[in-house]
Design a protein around this ligand. Structure first.
Ligand SMILES: Cc1cc2nc3c(=O)[nH]c(=O)nc-3n(C[C@H](O)[C@H](O)[C@H](O)COP(=O)(O)OP(=O)(O)OC[C@H]3O[C@@H](n4cnc5c(N)ncnc54)[C@H](O)[C@@H]3O)c2cc1C
Length: 334
């Protein structure tokens, strides 16, 4: 445990130089339990920080950062086609995807190259290329922060939604994910329906590794690599609006990009809204709208959290002014 100003710059992909009052990392669960029983200050705020790839530190964190570093990928059960794999929360998500591909197991290949740790994958229900973590998650094993008991959440218990789960609502700040159990398949059809995947790959000749390589290549072309340019990926959620509002907007802005959403609503591509306002490359302080992808805000050099907040407010105001839509951040402000 570190007390005093502990720099979080290496622990968030935006690369914001904020400090935490207390930083506790652990590589075995017994240490976590002892910490929660003896040293944890329940009166102060706390935050469970995985890879820090979906957070924005707007100032120093006046509380405790709990950072899992537990490792382990274990096959717990298998039958003719299904293989159950327990993965520790501190494993890097993409290392697990590579492990699954190396072991010829289907189910997470479309989620290649998403930054972050295993522990966040059920919290966020990460998704990409027509696939979501929930499609492969079987159970989530957690530790209760209040009394350190273990609780197993079935897939149904997790109440997964679009980038959403029970861990963001009634179970927020109550549990620490210890292990995620995935159900992978020895054989399964590839999902190449999304974007350019079906033009780049042929279902008959595709392999897990070629699907993974293709997705990595597309992602590298579109998104900044956090090791080179700080960001938290897509900064805003795609807003969902009623169909009549979408029709009015389509009449006025025929090029607007929309997709069907549940309950007859319409999802609008937030990246298109921002791009259409000419904001690619726009800077405020050290924060910048990415040149290639308007949905991504970056740390163009020594940005403070407040530079990014100011830029995000500017974008929200401009989008509201032109399109009457309030876009909301996907990133967690701390
Ligand atoms: C370049 C880039 C591209 C991205 N692309 C995608 C994408 O395609 N799809 C997508 O869905 N996301 C994407 N993201 C966002 C991000 O990678 C995911 O949200 C990821 O799951 C965050 O993981 P993390 O470990 O960094 O979590 P953090 O950012 O550290 O935390 C995220 C949330 O999970 C909670 N959490 C973390 N670990 C635990 C734990 N062990 N127990 C309980 N709660 C925990 C935190 O408290 C917080 O609420 C991208 C980000 C970047 C930087």
């Amino acid at each position: 445990m570190r007390n005093g100003k502990f720099s979080l710059q290496k622990y968030n992909t935006f690369g914001i130089d904020a400090c935490a009052d207390t930083f506790f990392s652990y590589n075995n669960i017994d240490d976590l339990i002892l910490f929660l029983q003896n040293d944890f200050d329940k009166e102060k705020p706390f935050f469970i920080l995985g890879g820090g790839s979906n957070v924005l530190f707007t100032s120093d964190y006046q509380g405790t950062i709990i950072h899992p570093e537990t490792k382990g990928i274990t096959i717990t059960q298998e039958d003719d086609n299904d293989v159950f794999v327990a993965v520790a929360a501190g494993e890097i998500w993409d290392d697990f995807v590579q492990w699954a591909v190396d072991n010829n197991l289907h189910g997470v290949e479309n989620l290649s190259y998403i930054p972050g740790c295993i522990g966040a994958s059920p919290v966020q229900n990460i998704g990409a290329y027509g696939s979501e973590a929930k499609d492969a998650i079987h159970e989530v094993h957690c530790i209760s922060i209040a009394d350190q008991t273990r609780k197993i959440f079935s897939k149904e218990d997790c109440k997964f939604g679009y980038r959403d789960s029970i861990f963001k609502h009634e179970c927020a700040n109550k549990y620490i994910v210890e292990t995620v159990v995935f159900k992978l398949q020895k054989n399964a059809p590839f999902n190449l329906s999304y974007g350019s995947l079906n033009t780049l790959l042929d279902e008959k000749t595709a392999t897990l590794q070629t699907v993974r390589n293709t997705i990595i290549q597309i992602r590298k072309e579109k998104l900044p690599d956090p090791k080179e340019i700080g960001s938290a990926g897509s900064f805003f959620k795609n807003p969902i609006i009623p169909e009549n509002q979408a029709n009015t907007l389509r009449n006025k802005f025929p090029k607007i990009v929309t997709y069907p959403a549940p309950n007859g609503n319409i999802k609008v591509a937030a990246g298109w809204l921002i791009d259409s306002l000419g904001l690619k490359g726009f800077c405020m302080g050290g924060a910048k709208v990415h040149e290639k992808q308007a949905l991504v805000l970056t740390n163009a050099g020594n940005a403070t959290g407040n530079d990014v907040v100011a830029l995000s407010h500017h974008i929200q105001d401009k989008v509201k002014e032109t399109y009457g839509i309030q876009i909301e951040p996907e990133v967690i402000f701390l």
